[in-house]
Design a protein around this ligand. Structure first.
Ligand code: C5P
Length: 222
């Protein structure tokens, strides 16, 4: 029997990972945060002082970058070459660079291969920008998430504040706008809504309502 893949794409800070995690938890599927992989790769470049413009250098390092997910105290952590970078990849210096790095064709190729491997023989929920369009065009369920940009910035700002990160609402708003622009206009696998994806605008929905919405969509096909 074919394994089930649920693809959740959408704009930055729409709450994709929150919905995806809750859904995976409910269905007992594996949750994979593809954005965390691009973030970890970006962190690697920052730590090795490699410029996002230096495509040749980036290409030569791709095979040295191993990104994995693991569980620690019941929580998913992100490992970059064995080191826990879960918190570091949420810092603004990573957020500011990640969309540039993600627009590089070779970077995307490498990440997509790894993402497809992770889905072999298991049921998964994966969120990102190109999951339903490029990584898993045959996903049984495709959700496209959006929300008012101001609401998104506000939510993300509060989250970062709670995590003790030193940012302003303005910076967060600018970063979201910048990433949305980069992600939708890039040449390689831009963020687009595929015809068959179901739109979830969560501007005025709480987490429970969002989960109900996606569960309902899943029930239609499973
Ligand atoms: O999901 P998150 O906002 O953490 O992703 C960070 C960035 O990684 C996005 O703004 C986008 O540039 C890139 N990304 C991507 N393709 C994915 C997931 C994330 O290009 N599937």
């Amino acid at each position: 029997k074919r394994n089930i893949i649920i693809a959740i794409d959408g704009y930055s800070s729409c709450g994709k990972s929150t919905v995806a995690k809750a859904l995976a938890n409910k269905l007992n599927y594996i949750y994979i945060d593809s954005g965390a992989m691009y973030r970890a790769l970006t962190l690697y470049l920052i730590e090795h002082h490699i410029s996002a413009n230096d495509i040749e250098k980036i290409k030569s390092h791709l095979s040295d970058i191993e990104i994995k997910f693991d569980l620690k105290d019941d929580k998913t952590i992100v490992l970059l070459n064995g080191k826990d970078v879960t918190s570091k990849i949420r810092e603004m210096n990573v957020s500011e660079l990640v969309s540039e790095v993600s627009s590089i064709k070779e970077v995307r190729k490498a990440m997509v291969v790894q993402q497809q491997k992770m889905a072999e023989n298991q049921n998964i929920v994966m969120d990102g920008r190109d999951i339903g369009t490029v990584v898993f065009p045959n996903a049984q369920v495709k959700i496209f998430m959006m929300a008012d940009p101001k609401v998104r910035a506000d939510r993300r700002f509060k989250e970062l504040q709670l995590a003790g990160k030193n940012v302003t609402l303005e910076e967060v708003f600018e970063n979201l706008a910048h990433r949305d622009y980069q992600d939708t206009t890039r040449k390689e696998s831009p963020l687009t809504r595929s015809e068959e994806a179901i739109v979830l605008d969560n501007t005025n929905l709480n987490q429970e309502q969002q989960l109900d919405f996606v569960i309902n969509e899943v029930k239609k096909v499973l």
